[in-house]
Write a protein that binds this ligand. Structure first.
Ligand code: ADP
Ligand code: MG
Length: 624
């Protein structure tokens, strides 16, 4: 059969260009990537052969071999793992399927410097080979099949695939080094790179020497070693390999549980946000091992979705080696491990929150919105999560815990007040906050979409109920601000009297009719004349807007309560006109304009823009 020539997918060429560019000072990691792939391939075969009898015969002791041919300037990494067939080759080495890489491409700015910095956050993978090689050959045979294939490319836009021969299944990747990169042919250099980056790999990595073969890495699974025998660099390399993350771990949890339940966990919290964190599949990233043998990344029950930022492995002594996917579902051992892991993670996070607030702030910035999903879906651990959540508030630039908020609460205050919306800057200027600000009552900002979901579910913290400042049931007059009240009594502000406000309210209601639920005099307004609030039991204003913007067009629009500020000069003036037939038309058009104004402040559209501008123009005309 003739050799077939194919083009790389356009994105691959792009990635290739950037990878080669960005690795010029750190080319040695090509070897780390090749060994990482070889190790993954061996793990895959080992797991499949547990359940597939056909493959069982092919599965020998997994091993990875590195060899060189000086005169060709070639270096070969060979494994006896799963291998690839023709389709796999095209899909894996000719196109880009990985979600991380797709996200990477979407983030490219076209500015070479910035893009090069970006690549540090991604696995560069197989394509890193082209940073040192002028030609790459991949000879591979898939376990369970007979055909072997030879893939070759110079990394310049195309590759070829040709039928070939290979004695055993697995993959052998040969790099023909560029002259300027001939240092990588030296045995000492290779040993050094493998020890630096790949010592944690549990499969033996052999190097061919004059006298035969020699193992370079330690070869025992990193998590089976004592903590004191593992260096921070080894932990980091392991994390990078299993987590497909390329930052420093923010938190390392390495524990062995003995007794009724026996397992080891080596898990990490990243210090940066993975690009697929908000993918709709919400898959967790823990790998399950049984007695040092890799089993799967897909044991859904091992970790709840709201802890999907955690990376690493769990190695159980209690599960059988031939455990199948079905057996893992609703498995009591898996469930117990899950419970213990959640507890451990919460304990460690709480320690960080208490002892290193600034480090915790970094974690919260990255993963707070994800952890908050747990408030909504993990009833059992709700209290623990409530102790971990942080909020920005009207009182400070830093975040606060709920506990600290409660300590600062005013006399007579028995609610935890919050305001929700898309961004803090807009929220800070909300008219609904004015009364709270003037009384120095702290209000929490809820700006994550998930907030709208857990708030109604959770309801209270330490018997204080979460209350939106846009809810109509708030009575601010009960809450005392010791400093402020004294000052206020000295300079009592002018205010419309109660009976004329009552008349104005009647006029407003008559004009606005069904479009509002009610019109009320307000004590939450200071500078603004009007605002909208939600009636008791009605959907919060922000939630309604959010659902609509997400395409839930059938969300009912609840009629809102219009609150008016009896101390505002405009309202005072209007209240004097209320009830008088001669002024009726002015009061009427003002009622309509003020309602539209309240809608605009709330980020809503006015119901009838053309009448709105007509009325506005009329008023403007009068003002000259
Ligand atoms: P990643 O390892 O993050 O998936 P890579 O670019 O390193 O990305 O590798 C791309 C894909 O090529 C792998 O996911 C795997 O399917 C395939 N692959 C690479 N090397 C091997 C190998 N030695 N054996 C089998 N498959 C491999
Ligand atoms: Mg890889």
């Amino acid at each position: 059969m003739a050799e077939e020539k194919m083009e790389f997918q356009a994105e691959v060429s792009k990635v290739l260009g950037i990878v080669i560019n960005s690795l010029y000072s750190n080319k040695e990691i090509f070897l780390r990537e090749l060994i990482s792939n070889a190790s993954d391939a061996c793990d895959k075969l080992r797991y499949l052969s547990l359940t597939d009898k056909k493959l069982a015969g092919e599965s020998t002791e997994p091993s990875i071999k590195v060899s060189t041919v000086k005169k060709d300037l070639s270096i070969t990494v060979e494994d006896n793992g799963i291998g690839m067939n023709k389709k796999d080759l095209i899909a894996n080495l000719g196109t880009i399927a990985r979600s991380g890489t797709t996200a990477f491409l979407e983030n490219l700015s076209g500015d070479e410097k910035k893009d090069t910095a970006l690549i540090g956050q991604f696995g560069v993978g197989f394509y890193a080979s082209f940073s040192v090689a002028e030609k790459v050959e991949v000879l591979t045979r898939k376990a369970g099949g007979r055909d072997a294939w030879l893939w070759t490319s110079d990394g310049k836009g195309s590759f070829t695939i040709d039928k070939s021969e290979k004695e055993k299944s697995g993959t052998s990747i040969t790099l023909f080094l560029k002259k300027e990169d001939k240092e990588f042919i030296e045995e000492a250099r290779i040993r050094n790179i493998v020890r630096t980056y790949s010592d944690h790999i549990s499969i033996p990595i052999m190097i061919a020497t004059k006298d035969g073969e020699e193992q370079i890495n330690t070869g025992s699974a990193l998590w089976t070693r004592q903590k004191k025998d593992v260096t921070p660099e080894q932990y980091k390399e392991f994390y990078n390999h299993v987590g497909h993350m390329y930052d420093e771990p923010w938190l390392i949890m390495h524990n062995r549980a003995e007794g009724k339940l026996e397992y080891t966990n080596l898990i990490f919290v990243p210090s940066t946000k993975p690009f697929d964190l908000m993918n709709p599949d919400r898959k967790h990233q823990l790998q399950l091992y049984v007695k040092r043998v890799f089993i799967t990344r897909d044991c859904e029950e091992l970790m709840p979705a709201y802890l999907r930022f955690i990376r690493g492995i769990v190695d159980s002594e209690d599960l059988p080696l031939n455990v199948s996917r079905e057996m893992l579902q609703r498995n009591p051992v898996v469930n117990k491990i899950r419970g213990a892991l959640i507890k451990r993670v919460f304990n460690e996070l709480q320690k960080k929150a208490d002892k290193s607030p600034s480090e915790y702030a970094q974690f919260w910035e990255n993963f707070g919105p994800v952890l908050k999903e747990g408030l909504y879906e993990d009833h059992e651990n709700r209290e623990k999560i409530l102790n971990l959540v942080k909020f920005k508030s009207t009182n400070s630039e830093d975040t606060t815990s709920l506990k600290d908020y409660i300590e600062r609460m005013k006399k007579g205050q028995d609610n935890i007040f919050y305001i929700s919306g898309d961004d803090i800057e807009t929220l800070r200027n909300s008219p609904q906050l004015e009364g709270f600000k003037s009384k120095n009552i702290e209000v929490l900002f809820m700006t994550d979409p998930v907030d709208e979901f857990w708030l109604p579910m959770v309801g209270t913290y330490e018997e204080k109920s979460f209350t939106s400042v846009t809810s109509s049931s708030i009575d601010l007059s009960k809450i005392k601000d010791s400093k402020k009240d004294k000052k206020d009594s000295n300079e009592e502000k002018e205010k419309a009297n109660d009976s004329s406000i009552a008349k104005l309210i009647i006029d407003f209601k008559e004009t606005l009719g069904e479009t509002v639920k009610d019109v009320k005099s307000s004590d939450r307004l200071v500078e603004s004349a009007v605002c909208l609030v939600a009636g008791e039991g009605d959907m919060d204003l922000h939630l309604e807007r959010m659902l609509k913007s997400q395409g839930h067009v059938d969300t009912p629009s609840a009629a809102r309560i219009l609150e008016i500020n009896p101390s505002h000069p405009l309202i005072i003036k209007l209240s004097k006109m209320a009830g008088k037939p001669a002024q009726k038309d002015t009061v009427k058009s003002m009622a309509l304009i003020l309602l539209d104004e309240a809608c605009i402040i709330e980020g809503q559209t006015v119901s009838d823009p053309s009448s709105f501008s007509e009325r506005l123009n009329m008023l403007l005309e009068k003002s000259f």
